[in-house]
Design a protein around this ligand. Structure first.
Ligand SMILES: Nc1ncnc2c1ncn2[C@@H]1O[C@H](COP(=O)(O)OP(=O)(O)OP(=O)(O)O)[C@@H](O)[C@H]1O
Ligand SMILES: [Mg+2]
Length: 278
């Protein structure tokens, strides 16, 4: 286990810092098979849950592969370029800190580093504390919470207003997430929502032009995969006093693929399959 760890960043203000340093130095993170693997949609990531040795904190290790095997060649190349340009773990760590500084509930990052695991390029590792959460909003959407269908639907309905408030708060604070999908909102055991998957959190530009800013804020909602009725309730709450057909049209434009016009056109011409997101 002598292969080097690079770009190690441990958040020393966290109570687990010493245990985190010992864990990274031990190389135990290389033996991910000893951890519990969690499902992820993106073949670029491996996500594992385990208790941090020496501290006992339930943690998540999210590994971004430099050259994901599951991708086609062009996607692989694209992923590699992006991986080399912006270390995804470091970006996520920064994203989580930025959210926390702005009072947006998310996970607690502990460390990030890069290391080679057999390949030519270094994979990127992010270690963070697990959120005590039962389910994600996606589980409510799929009816996979273990609740009776009617109770599941009621609980899901009740989460729409807090969801709209959280997203409105995020945007009011001049931040955007870029992957606001149901799978990225965890429902904590305290009932509160937490936003995860924060590699793409960014500060909004154009903040001095609120109407223009709002146009791009609505783009941030394009992946929010709620059904029509809940989406309507969400938008009513999110837009509040500004709810107007014009803003709904801007949202519909982004939703239909306005930020990727070529992809939209290819889909329209039947050259590309519609994206399937459960
Ligand atoms: N801090 C956390 N606490 C508890 N569970 C977590 C945490 N972070 C991630 N998970 C679990 O791991 C799964 C994948 O995490 P994440 O969203 O970061 O990766 P992803 O590759 O984007 O996956 P997906 O495409 O399913 O959203 C989540 O759906 C969630 O169930
Ligand atoms: Mg996710």
């Amino acid at each position: 286990m002598t292969a080097a760890v690079h770009r190690l960043l441990v958040l020393d203000d966290q109570p687990e810092a010493a245990a985190v340093r010992a864990f990274v130095a031990s190389g135990a993170w290389r033996n991910a098979a000893a951890f519990q693997r969690l499902a992820t949609r993106n073949p670029r990531y491996e996500v594992y849950a385990f208790d941090l040795p020496g501290a006992g904190t339930p943690c998540i290790l999210k590994i971004a592969q430099a050259t994901p095997a599951g991708h086609r060649f062009a996607r692989r190349l694209e992923a590699l370029v992006s991986h080399l340009a912006h270390d995804p773990a470091r970006r996520a760590l920064r994203g989580a800190r930025r959210l926390a500084q702005n009072g947006i509930p998310t996970f607690r990052p502990l460390a990030c580093w890069t290391a080679r695991r057999g390949g030519i390029f270094r994979d990127s590792f992010l270690l963070y504390a697990q959120i005590p959460a039962g389910h994600s909003l996606k589980d409510y959407k799929l009816g996979a919470t273990g609740l009776e269908p009617a109770a599941n639907a009621r609980a899901f309905d009740a989460l729409v207003a807090p969801l709209a408030d959280l997203v409105a708060d995020l945007h009011r604070r001049g931040l955007r997430h870029d992957d606001l999908a149901c799978g990225n909102f965890l429902v904590g055991t305290d009932g509160g929502l937490r936003l995860i998957d924060v590699d793409h959190v960014q500060t909004a530009r154009l903040r001095r032009w609120p109407r223009l800013k709002r146009c791009f804020d609505l783009n941030d909602l394009r992946r929010l995969d709620l059904d029509d009725v809940r989406m309507d309730a969400f938008l009513r709450r999110y837009l509040g006093a500004d709810d107007a057909p014009g803003w709904r049209r801007v949202f519909a434009f982004w939703r239909a693929g306005g930020n990727r016009p070529f992809r939209w056109l290819r889909r329209r011409l039947g050259l590309r399959r519609a994206s399937v997101r459960a």
